[in-house]
Design a protein around this ligand. Structure first.
Ligand code: VGL
Ligand code: ZN
Length: 209
């Protein structure tokens, strides 16, 4: 079973969104093409889905500004602008994403006391989302990821896929991801490679489907 895992392709992470990633919307047509022509048996999409008072928001830390390091649950936490609040437009999938081809949506980030970059579990590694069990039950043996943002949610999701589904091949389509900072992307790609994730382009894959 081959699974395509779309990470957080939401209004909030695209230009005009509350935590906009430069060129974030450029991943949408590539994701659509991968869903249509990529030869996948299963398409899963993760959705950052925060309560309005989520503890990763700088607004919840009086005197703190977004994109500075604060504290959450006694640990250092990057403080973000309010983003992807449940039920708001910011949390919706990008309007051009082909939702009809998505088999399963995995929401995350609902616990205000801990952030959840990975689609598989919270950053403290305690609570799991259930996605690893969902994939294991369906016999998923290959997971290809793309989406937003390379240096946060794509990175943590790919690393957790390696760790929680150790028998699965895990790959990331670099051209179908965009990151928050260029240095973060470089570091994320190096770390993913070091932990056994293959980085390739969607063209490489589509040429051999
Ligand atoms: C993300 C920061 C905060 C992401 C989500 O999707 O990469 N980044 N929440
Ligand atoms: Zn978030």
């Amino acid at each position: 079973m081959k699974c395509l895992l779309l990470i957080d392709i939401q209004v909030g992470f695209c230009p005009g969104g509350h935590l906009a990633v430069a060129e974030g919307d450029e991943v949408v047509p590539i994701a659509n093409r991968l869903m249509r022509e990529g030869g996948y048996d299963l398409v899963v999409a993760s959705q950052d889905w925060h309560p309005a008072d989520h503890g990763s928001f700088a607004s919840q830390h009086p005197g703190s500004k977004p994109f500075t390091i604060g504290e959450l649950g006694g640990k250092p936490q990057m403080l973000w602008p309010d983003h992807c609040v449940q039920g708001t437009r910011d949390a919706e999938f990008h309007p051009d994403l082909d939702l009809a081809r998505i088999d399963h949506v995995q929401r995350k980030g609902m616990n205000r006391l801990v952030d959840s970059y990975s689609a598989f579990r919270d950053n403290d590694r305690e609570a799991v989302t259930g996605l690893a069990a969902f994939m294991a039950e369906r016999g998923v043996g290959a997971i290809d990821l793309c989406g937003l943002a390379t240096d946060y949610c794509v990175r943590f999701s790919a690393l957790d896929a390696r760790e929680m589904l150790p028998d699965a091949r895990v790959r990331v389509f670099s051209d179908a991801c965009r990151g928050i900072t260029p240095d973060g992307v470089t570091e994320a790609e190096a770390e993913m490679r070091a932990r056994g994730v293959t980085i390739l382009t969607s063209r490489d894959h589509l040429a051999v489907v």
